[in-house]
Design a protein around this ligand. Structure first.
Ligand code: AMP
Length: 220
């Protein structure tokens, strides 16, 4: 299955993508994770990306598209779930062209739909463990001990771009640059909308039923 997860920062794309990987075995391709990796390695690409990321702006298309081209070249028969990409119409058009070239068109783009206030709480409350990667939220799913990972005892951290000023900017960038992709995919008859509020497992059930519906109808 070849799926794009669309949605604002904090809509749960990363969490749900991980669950799709566990269920269907396709790889998750997250441009945010690839960029954070490049930043922590201190590569030239990482240095170029980090200023935009800290400000909550989009990283230049040529950087992101280069990473995606390289990643999609390693084709997987199980397909892929793209999380955080595409983020504007240039990227969506480039992805469409690339997938056409390799004969692997998208099956669907799922919009993870969440109210603005909930997005703010999800983002400002998010903490993650640098040792084992577990993610918590101080409002919705707090660790038993403040700032300590229940799983491995690691010291929980807040992402540098999860502060309030950067979050507001990221949400504005989403509204102006990424939201238009809803129309882009609706026009191609690829859009599915999933209510992404509430419990993680409930959201996953809704996501699965949208995708299973596609599989049964033979489009995926
Ligand atoms: P994310 O983890 O998806 O929220 O991404 C974190 C940051 O990485 C974003 O705020 C952007 O600065 C950058 N980023 C991630 N994906 C993209 C993309 N497809 N295009 C441009 N910038 C991106």
């Amino acid at each position: 299955m070849r799926v794009v997860l669309l949605g604002a920062p904090g809509s749960g794309k990363g969490t749900q993508a991980q669950k799709l990987v566990a269920r269907y075995g396709m790889p998750q391709i997250s441009t945010g994770d690839l960029l954070r990796e490049a930043v922590s390695e201190g590569s030239v690409l990482g240095k170029k990306a980090s200023m935009a990321m800290d400000a909550g702006e989009l990283v230049a298309d040529e950087i992101v598209l280069g990473m995606i081209r390289e990643r999609l070249d390693r084709q997987d028969p199980a397909g892929f779930v793209l999380d955080g990409f595409p983020r504007n119409e240039t990227q969506a058009g480039a992805l469409e062209g690339l997938l056409e070239t390799i004969g692997q068109p998208l099956d669907c783009a799922v919009l993870m739909d969440v109210d603005f206030e909930i997005l703010m709480q999800r983002l400002t409350g998010r903490r993650s463990c640098p040792q084992c990667g577990r993610v918590y939220n101080v409002y919705f799913s707090p660790p038993q001990q403040t700032d300590v990972c229940d799983h491995c005892g690691g010291r929980l951290e807040q992402r540098t771009d999860d502060n309030e000023a950067t979050i507001r900017n990221r949400l504005e960038v989403y509204e102006s640059r990424t939201r238009p992709l809803i129309g882009f995919y609706a026009r191609r008859d690829l859009l599915q909308i999933v209510d992404a509020e509430g419990d993680i497992d409930e959201v996953f059930e809704r996501l699965i039923s949208a995708l299973e519906h596609l599989r049964k109808s033979g489009s995926a």
